[in-house]
Design a protein around this ligand. Structure first.
Ligand SMILES: Nc1ncnc2c1ncn2[C@@H]1O[C@H](COP(=O)(O)OP(=O)(O)O)[C@@H](O)[C@H]1O
Ligand SMILES: [Mg+2]
Length: 255
């Protein structure tokens, strides 16, 4: 298995003097190509801060983040913007769709059209819409479709450039349980069929149970790590819930 990302002693501090918040405190770990990695922790534990530094949205205070041999903490803004376009797909909790464009147009907008022929673009969009089961709603506007459909559109948008890495911050946070399950199924599909590495931040144990490995954050530090291995999802869910019970996680999920 190929190492894809290496996070080395990364720190992020906010504020100054006596008023410093250590949002992320000397965190180190690696991500292997093709992994489905979860990052869990109570609200305020530093999940979003960590993900944003890995996705180049935010700068580290100290430490390094390597993608292959490239240290992204050393890239300038132009290089970062190219890096994002080439390598990353984002899925946010609030979908970030444009209301004045149709579902299909939202997806096309996200494509790096540079040098691509219309036929090639159309084919790719068709394929993604079908894989994600939103083919029939392609001409509707975001306010005419359900939350789950919007979130799948957000997935399509993240996927259409075939990114090597998908970063999702609480992607099921705004969904009812049925839509959440569909989205998680979609992420599994993106991971297995399209070979995308997925990094998913969540405070929800049910969502986390879809991952292959989970890092637990507390007060900005990794305090535990578990691997699903041969366990089925139910067993893995119980293991996650046990850890949360021991450490006072804020998952609302009840066994
Ligand atoms: N822009 C910011 N300015 C100051 N403090 C921040 C900022 N962003 C996050 N924090 C603080 O950093 C800590 C971690 O926040 P965050 O990464 O959003 O946690 P999580 O995503 O796990 O809820 C919290 O204490 C939060 O208040
Ligand atoms: Mg967060």
């Amino acid at each position: 298995m190929h190492e894809q990302i290496r996070v080395c002693d990364v720190e992020k501090y906010y504020g100054a003097g006596n008023n410093i918040t250590k949002a992320v405190n000397r965190v180190s770990f690696s991500v292997v190509e093709g992994e489905f990695l979860g990052i869990m922790g109570a609200s305020g534990s530093g999940k979003t801060t960590l993900l944003n530094m890995m996705s180049t949205i935010d700068r580290v205070t100290a430490g390094n983040i390597f993608y292959g041999s490239t240290d992204i903490t050393e890239l300038n803004e132009d290089a970062l913007s190219d890096f994002r376009k080439e390598n990353l797909g984002f899925i946010f909790q609030d979908f970030n769709l444009l209301d004045t464009l149709t579902i299909e147009e939202n997806i096309i907008l996200a494509m790096s059209l540079h040098g691509k022929k219309k036929k090639e673009t159309d084919k790719k969009v068709d394929e993604i819409l079908k894989i994600l089961g939103i083919d029939e709603i392609r001409n509707k506007f975001p306010n005419q479709v359900s939350g789950g459909q919007k979130q799948r559109c957000a997935c399509a948008r993240a996927l259409v450039n075939e990114p090597k890495l998908i970063l999702a911050d609480e992607p099921t946070g705004a969904l009812d349980s049925k839509s959440a399950q569909m989205l998680l199924g979609t992420l599994i599909q993106m991971n297995q069929e399209m070979k995308a590495t997925i990094l998913m931040v969540t405070h929800d144990a049910f969502s986390a149970s879809y991952c292959r490995r989970i890092l637990f954050l507390k007060d900005g530090e990794i305090f535990n790590e578990i691997v699903r291995g041969e366990k089925d999802r139910r067993e893995f869910l119980n293991e996650i819930l046990d850890i949360l019970a021991l450490t006072g996680g804020d998952s609302e999920y009840v066994k």
